[in-house]
Design a protein around this ligand. Structure first.
Ligand code: PLP
Length: 381
């Protein structure tokens, strides 16, 4: 049986050593496990240079659990969150607010347009009730990179607090707490850090978090309480995902061993370059302009050739050992190919070979999309 490579936005392909780290059982109250947790939490703070200001609060579950817990803990029940939306993950944060009863407002952009800091500035000038702003660093819906530093500068200047969903960038694109002001950055074990899925975490400003007692709408998703637990005895309040933490600990060692954020980002940029060059040579077209694209996941417009049926293409690739991802756009027909995970140039070239072969088997000669009235196809059409 061949294990497929995951060219997706997560969970991702992990190294054999990360998978191997899950081969033993841990007592949740055992000294060795407690020490491992402390190291993982410290290392995550180090990744964004937050030693002086941030605490790491991990939470059981996928990334969305960590986002919901962060919003519920930081945004007081009488506060108001402005969510900057240019894709599905921004929309999800607004849905979280509606679900847990936090006042929310949104500023929206098309899925192929980055968030505009000047528009955020104007909005904040006009709405004094907004206390917090939420931004998705890389909107994994398309792979678009939003201008974190510029948005953070505006939010800080307007005296509001910023919550960053850095789920798909953390560990690969630089975030520096010493220069970029934010209240919290949220991510998970199974994206650019290349661990197994099952734990999310928030890096939160310590002084802010200390003020958040009683905010949360939920017992299990209360990051203030979760933090107090770690402060008290370095243990989890409720059953920890022991094997996932062990894999995460190993993944973080490998992240540091590779050279940290810089080296990980460099490998992904190279994966991205190989992928896009190879796909464009087959006629495929990217949704986004190159300057807007993060080296995380690429959205390709659906080919116009009637022989191209996405379900068949997916099956052909899966049989050859590569799993890709359907599109998540609301407006343009598309599919996505990821460039993150334990993959390098050899795997990206293999993936391109499998794509070429799949096209041949389907009788598709060219991956070009159908032009709309002689014009470029964009998500906003
Ligand atoms: C993956 C991801 C999430 C969380 O998704 P889960 O399926 O809950 O892990 C949130 N935001 C972004 C930008 C993501 O890429």
């Amino acid at each position: 049986m061949t294990i497929p490579l995951l060219l997706t936005p997560g969970p991702l392909t992990t190294s054999d050593t990360v998978k191997g780290a899950m081969q033993r059982d841990w007592g949740s109250r055992d000294e060795e496990f407690i020490a491992m947790n402390q190291k993982v939490r410290d290392r995550l703070v180090d990744v964004v240079h937050g030693e002086d200001t941030l605490v790491c609060v991990p939470i059981q579950g996928s990334g969305t659990f960590a986002i919901e817990a962060t919003i519920g803990t930081l945004v007081a029940r009488d506060a108001k969150l402005l969510v900057l939306v240019n894709g599905a993950y921004g929309t999800r944060m607004a849905t979280i607010c509606a679900t847990i009863g936090r006042e929310v407002t949104t500023l929206k952009w098309a899925e192929d347009e980055a968030v505009d800091p000047a528009a955020v500035d104007r909005y904040l000038a006009d709405d004094p009730d907004v206390t917090h702003v939420a931004l998705v660093h890389c909107e994994t819906t398309t792979g678009i990179l939003n201008p974190l530093d510029a948005v953070a500068e505006v939010v800080a200047r307007r005296n509001r607090l910023l919550i960053v969903d850095a789920m798909s960038t953390f560990g690969a694109l630089e975030i520096d707490a010493r220069v970029t002001p934010f209240a919290a950055v949220v991510a998970s074990s199974n994206k650019c850090l290349e661990g197994a899925p099952g734990v999310g975490f928030a890096l939160i400003n310590r002084a802010l978090l200390a003020d958040c007692a009683g905010n949360a709408h939920s017992l299990s998703l209360d990051l203030y309480d979760q933090w107090l637990g770690f402060e008290k005895n370095a243990q989890w309040r409720f059953t920890p995902p022991t094997h996932v933490i062990a894999a995460f600990s190993q993944a973080l060692k490998e992240h540091a061993g590779e050279g940290g954020v810089l080296a990980r980002g460099q490998r992904y940029r190279e994966n991205h370059r190989i992928l896009v060059d190879g796909m464009e040579a087959m006629g495929f077209r990217c949704l986004l302009e190159r300057t807007l694209q993060a080296p995380i996941i690429v959205t390709f417009l659906m080919p116009g050739d009637p022989q191209f049926v996405f379900g068949d293409f997916y099956d052909h690739l899966a049989r050859k050992g590569f799993l890709i991802y359907p599109g998540k756009l609301t407006t343009a027909d598309s599919f996505r190919v990821g460039c993150i995970g334990h993959l390098g140039p050899a795997q990206m070239h293999d993936a391109l070979g499998a794509i070429r072969e799949s096209l041949d088997q389907m009788g598709v000669t060219n991956g070009a999309p159908t032009p709309v009235s002689g014009d470029v196809v964009t998500a906003s059409d």
